[in-house]
Design a protein around this ligand. Structure first.
Ligand SMILES: *Cc1c(COP(=O)(O)O)cnc(C)c1O
Length: 457
């Protein structure tokens, strides 16, 4: 049988699930759970939808872990990758260069004001790069004692050891605690912690005072503060006031530390501006980008930084250079996909259209905020979230199953339900999402759904 025929044969689903459980170690998953909760065998994606092998459709309301900005199968990104495929699929970037990586670097510089782009393959590698560059910068300036990092309570920066060291999510961290270098956690400016009568801005300023105190307690030791600007995703879409970013920038300047903005989840328009930092008119020393950068087509990450940082490495001495690499650094196909994403931002006026969409969708989502168990309903740009009061044990998993049964992909984080939909979802789909999310909430609370594990992301 020709290969193309065997690939397009309808899969035997039960067989596929079984083979997947045996051969594929799925991410962020207790595999034993799949004894009871079947995997969903996907056939294809189209627009905001994923379609399984039986033809059942699921609205991808979390943009497949926050990466598919324009849904599935966006034809312009596909075409860009196909065109690049005919010239250069890959070449090592040490000693060589090519048009896609040069153009992408220039265009990201124009978007961010940070003129030097270093590439990795996923978010965690971008965080590693930024952390290493920051400490190495201080070493090159004869300040080797500045090698510690500040991070926020509830932070998430990825799961390699360096990134995990500045991550504060116990379920990801605890098993590896002995392997991690101690970073210094400072209080999150999450506005849900407001005391009665306190505004989000006051919460932010209070957290900034604690940040200042941390700098004071560690004089001359801090290389950088790393943070997720405006929204701490894995903490459960914790949102905070931009005043915190402005204070953090000022404090980093005063104490001679870098500000690393992990925009892996929030960059590319997710919070309403291209970078979340723009809402505080803050320019970080490092910006980490990944997730939405190729619209979900290929793995790619970029770390953008300043002339000042770049110049500290520019020398006749090899050892003062940034001797870091990943095999796929600057992969031309991934860069071509990212260029197509930037083209779409320009040609479709994505940020302006998202503002209109968000206003309409917020109206549709309003009934969720009115649910008697909903607390702290929050919205920023293309993110909506709320917490379920007294969510029972196993709620996240029960909700995931209840939503899936209603044709919607939603993965609560603990007791937090959130939407991070593709920007291209239409208004009918938004309405369907609102209805299904509400029904799933009642079903999950009534315990009618399967499962009792805690889904964590
Ligand atoms: C997802 C994420 C990461 C890690 O990215 P990976 O590609 O999963 O390694 C880092 N930081 C933030 C804020 C993220 O949301």
């Amino acid at each position: 049988m020709p290969v193309s025929e065997s690939v397009s044969q309808p899969m035997n689903n039960a067989d596929l699930l079984d083979r997947s459980r045996k051969a594929v170690w799925h991410p962020c998953t207790q595999m034993k759970r799949h004894e009871r909760l079947p995997l969903v065998p996907l056939s294809h994606g189209e627009g905001a939808w994923l379609v399984d092998c039986d033809g059942k459709r699921y609205l991808d309301a979390v943009s497949s872990w926050w990466v598919n900005l324009f849904g599935h199968g966006e034809p312009r990104i596909k075409a860009a990758i196909k065109a690049q495929l005919d010239t250069l699929e890959h070449a090592m970037l040490a000693g060589f260069t090519h048009r896609p990586v040069v153009e992408l670097s220039e265009r990201l510089a124009a978007r961010t004001g940070l003129g030097h782009a270093f590439y990795g393959s996923d978010g965690a590698s971008a965080v590693e790069i930024a952390l290493k560059m920051s400490a190495h910068y201080w070493r090159n300036h004869d300040r080797p004692e500045k090698h510690r990092y500040l991070h926020l309570g509830g932070s998430y920066h990825g799961e390699t050891l360096g990134a995990l060291g500045v991550t504060d999510v116990p379920v990801f961290r605890d098993a590896y605690a002995p392997l991690l270098r101690g970073a210094i956690a400072v209080p999150s400016p999450d506005w849900r912690q407001a005391a009665p009568g306190e505004t989000p801005e006051q919460v932010a300023l209070r957290a900034a005072l604690a940040l200042e105190a941390a700098f004071e307690r560690h004089p001359g030791e801090i290389a950088a503060l790393i943070l997720e600007p405006l929204v701490q995703g894995a903490a459960g879409m914790a949102m905070y006031h931009p005043a915190y970013l402005a204070r953090a920038r000022a404090l980093c300047d005063r104490y001679h530390a870098h500000l690393i903005a992990d925009e892996i989840a929030v960059g590319f328009g997710r919070t309403g501006t291209f970078l979340a930092c723009e809402q505080a008119a803050v320019r970080p020393d490092f910006v980490c980008l990944s997730k939405g950068i190729t619209g979900g087509f290929l793995p790619l990450a970029a770390v953008l930084t300043t002339d000042t940082v770049y110049d500290a490495f520019y020398d006749d001495d090899v050892a003062r250079g940034f001797l870091h690499s990943h095999s796929y650094t600057g992969n031309p196909l991934a860069c071509a996909a990212a260029l197509a994403v930037l083209d779409i931002f320009d040609s479709d006026d994505v940020l302006a259209r998202n503002r209109e969409r968000a206003a309409r969708w917020s109206t549709r989502f309003a009934p969720l905020a009115a649910h008697p168990r909903a607390r702290h309903f929050r919205h920023l740009g293309m993110i909506w979230a709320f917490d379920v009061a007294d969510a029972p044990a196993g709620f996240a998993s029960a909700y995931f199953a209840a939503a899936l049964a209603r044709g919607v992909l939603l993965r609560p984080i603990g007791g937090t339900i959130y939407f991070m939909p593709p920007y291209t979802m239409n208004d009918d789909e938004a309405g369907m999402l609102a209805d299904a999310a509400l029904e799933a909430l009642d079903a999950a609370l009534a315990g009618s759904a399967e499962g009792n594990d805690v889904a964590v992301a």
